[in-house]
Design a protein around this ligand. Structure first.
Ligand code: SAM
Length: 416
């Protein structure tokens, strides 16, 4: 362990940072106004990516939120599980007592139950919060450990045999400029307390040369949100990024497999290659190499969100009509109108404009998705109303639409 200039280990300095600046900055009063949602750890994602879209939710569900911070994942999971009335226990674990106090206040503000709060290191999870857990959330934590492999091994040790993890780790290329700015700030302020280094960082950011890679990186804005965010980004004593091959090595070392990255389509090099000769070359690569190539070509990935399982084959696959499609944070009618107009799904992902064409009939299918009917029922209902539409064309359009939206993590599948 490399000591800091004040004699503390890097891990102790990290602990002190999250005690002084619990991350992310959250006000429990805001729970009355909004629910923060995201990936990993949406219930529908857990089902789709880790349980083949077929988890039996009448069975109890045990969750560990490892490095839970100020409570985003804990609150989201507890709220979702309460809404679908699943018998569940969530264990929140973090080293920071300050972060825990905020997470507890947020859970209390929503009147949520079934959450147990534990203060301690995830490296000691087996003693602090024994498994088995059906699901482990570890978002933005492994890259802050001196030994991420030991962290992932500890979490895998409390995972149920058929359980899975949802993780987020930093990725190198989208964080261009971050690491040299961290090093520059260490040079300028390593002898100062954290609050004074924060002030220095603000001065430095105000006058960076335009050629500085951080100044030129339009993808990163965390430091503009607040003190905790700036400290976490630029003054963090333990921070490393994982390229796709490095992450694959970490995951394999724990005896796990990457069930899926989120959003999956961003890890397909075809998204970034128009030239047929190049496309043909990359089609022959194994999936993880394709993902590594996609990361290198895109250049805009700041993080990797991934679901991990013990064995391959946990992701739901559309293999017939008996699947219920569920839209994520899009309204079916708005989607249908947009597809009608553009004939494609388009948007900007971390600075990159993407346009994914879908067949003309996809608009009609999109307008019917209601998180209730199966694909087969949707097609049958459409044909009852519009008998002129051929079943085969509708099915083909539906498959194309579901695959495209699925690639963007905007549509997930559940077994009927
Ligand atoms: C960047 S924050 C992420 C918080 C939360 N997971 C989120 O995504 O909002 C990292 C958190 O990990 C916690 N942490 C760091 N090392 C830890 C360890 N060894 N055991 C438990 N928690 C740890 C910190 O205290 C901090 O709250």
């Amino acid at each position: 362990m490399t000591p800091m200039s004040d004699g503390r280990s890097r891990s102790e300095a990290l602990a002190a940072q999250y005690e002084a600046y619990p991350y992310p900055e959250r006000d429990p009063a805001d729970e009355a106004k909004r629910l923060i949602t995201g990936s990993p750890s949406r219930l529908a994602e857990i089902d789709h990516y880790l349980y083949g879209g077929a988890r039996d939710w009448s069975r109890p569900f045990r969750v560990l939120v490892a490095g839970g911070g100020t409570g985003d994942a804990t609150v989201m999971l507890a709220q979702q599980l309460a809404e679908v009335a699943v018998e569940a226990e969530i264990v929140y674990l973090d080293r920071s007592a300050a972060a825990r106090a905020i997470a507890e206040a947020r859970v209390a503000a929503r009147g949520l139950t079934g959450v147990r709060f534990v203060t301690g290191s995830l490296l000691e999870v087996a003693g602090l919060a024994p498994g088995p857990f059906d699901y482990v959330d570890c978002c933005g934590v492994l890259h802050h450990l001196d030994d991420p492999a030991a962290g992932l091994a500890a979490l895998t040790g409390v995972l149920a045999e058929d359980g899975g993890l949802g993780i987020m780790v930093y990725a190198p290329y989208g964080r261009s400029g971050v690491y040299e700015l961290q090093a520059a700030l260490r040079q300028l302020g390593r002898d100062l307390p954290l609050d004074r280094r924060l002030a220095l960082a603000r001065r430095l950011l105000a006058g960076l040369p335009t050629t500085n890679r951080f100044a030129a990186n339009r993808l990163i804005g965390d430091h503009r949100r607040g003190d905790a965010e700036l400290v976490d980004l630029l003054l963090n004593p333990v921070d490393r990024a994982f390229s796709v091959p490095e992450l694959a090595g970490l995951v394999a070392g724990a005896g796990l497999t990457i069930a899926s990255f989120v959003e999956p389509v961003r890890y397909e090099p075809r998204l970034y290659l128009a030239d047929p000769a190049l496309r043909a070359r990359c089609d022959g690569l194994p999936p993880i190499e394709q993902a590594a190539l996609a990361e290198r070509l895109a250049g805009n990935m700041k993080t990797h969100v991934a679901y991990l399982a013990r064995r391959p084959g946990t992701v739901a696959r559309l293999d017939g009509p008996d699947w219920v499609p569920q839209l994520i944070e899009i309204d079916a009618r708005t989607l249908a109108a947009s597809l009608e107009r553009k004939g494609a799904i388009s948007g900007t992902v971390d600075g990159l404009d993407i346009t994914l064409p879908v067949p003309p009939l996809a608009a009609a299918v999109a307008g019917e998705i209601d998180d209730r009917r199966t694909l087969g029922e949707i097609v049958a209902d459409l044909r009852r109303r519009r008998p002129e539409l051929a079943e085969a064309s509708l099915v083909q359009a539906a498959q194309a639409l579901l695959a495209t939206l699925g690639g963007l993590n905007k549509l997930l599948l559940r077994r009927a």
